[in-house]
Design a protein around this ligand. Sequence first.
Ligand code: GLA
Length: 381
Amino acid sequence: MPLFAVGWSLGAQQKAVAPTPPMGWNSWNHFRGKVDDATIRSTAEAMVSSGMRDAGYVYVNIDDTWEGERDAQGNIHSNEKFPDMKALADFVHSKGLKLGIYSSPGAKTCAKFEGSLGHEQQDANTYAAWGIDYLKYDLCGLRDQMKAAGSAEAAHKVMFDAYMKMHDALRATGRPIVYSLCQYGVDSVWAWGPQVGGNLWRTTGDINDKYARMAEIGFSQAGLSRFAGPGHWNDPDMLEVGNGGMSAEEYRTHMSLWAILAAPLLAGNDLSTMTEETKAMLTNRDVIAVDQDPGGRQGDRIDAEGPIEVWARPLEGGAVAIGIFNRLSVPLEAHVNFRKAGFAGDVRARDLWRGTDLGRLPAEYSVQVPGHGVIFLRVTK
Ligand code: GLA
């Protein structure tokens, strides 16, 4: 049955394109305005040769700065960095990958390139004709219209309607396109994102490649688990793993927390030059399995003792992923009570970063956690 046949419902379409959190890569964190056709091609090639595609990373997403001028008919064209978007999509698809793109509901994007205001259906049709599979739609340029609306309620309506308009436009193309809302959590987007067809929505402002910012974003997600599920995910922003601003310990915290949060895993580094350590981190099968758990239940914080935080994510089949995090920069002993994660007594555990089975652990367990680090476990009864 075609995806958009009679009986189509928002939920069904949303689940069809993002049954688990999208995985892939995005150009912004590393390349910013320097992304071009060659970058996308070499990224696609590296995604395959590094084993990332086979580990589940499929979207290659072009962020801001690809946009050129509109022609006399109002059709958007890519700029000189992207001579032929359709040919690029064909190339990416030939590698067994998908291509993503970026726009704004405003007249201009955050980097002041052409946005989609007044051209929503035309742009959606262009993306579909090129073979685009994913759209990140970034609020930036709509802020003038929101300000002019006069009240918080009216501004919300301007934003809501703008996101709905692009959702309808994408849907009308008949092509399944993942719809990523980027508006930094304004007006608690998690509460209404699914209504405008969002498959994922950014819950915060931009991440950067420093532990302080990554931790501020990641640990501030407590309490959001109930808003996520198959087809509609909270998005605490793209990964910085491999960009060089954090230690390996800190990047493991980043990946573990994102997996517990059922966050999209969009690598943000240069895949063509990454180290073996970065590759191993991004492709850790046990960690990815937590992120991509078919149950689609986001995890949440279950305990804290000062800088020690314990987060748990229920997995299909009764297992629980447990992250024991130390937010201080020096090692600390953590005390974990597995009863708080729903277990009756002692448990069986696997250490997901060391890749070792730990055998049985007592219900009340003490463990040394490195500074800014994590002990990431898969626990069963
Ligand atoms: C905003 C977004 C970023 C990136 C830039 C591009 O800041 O939050 O993720 O897309 O715009 O200009």
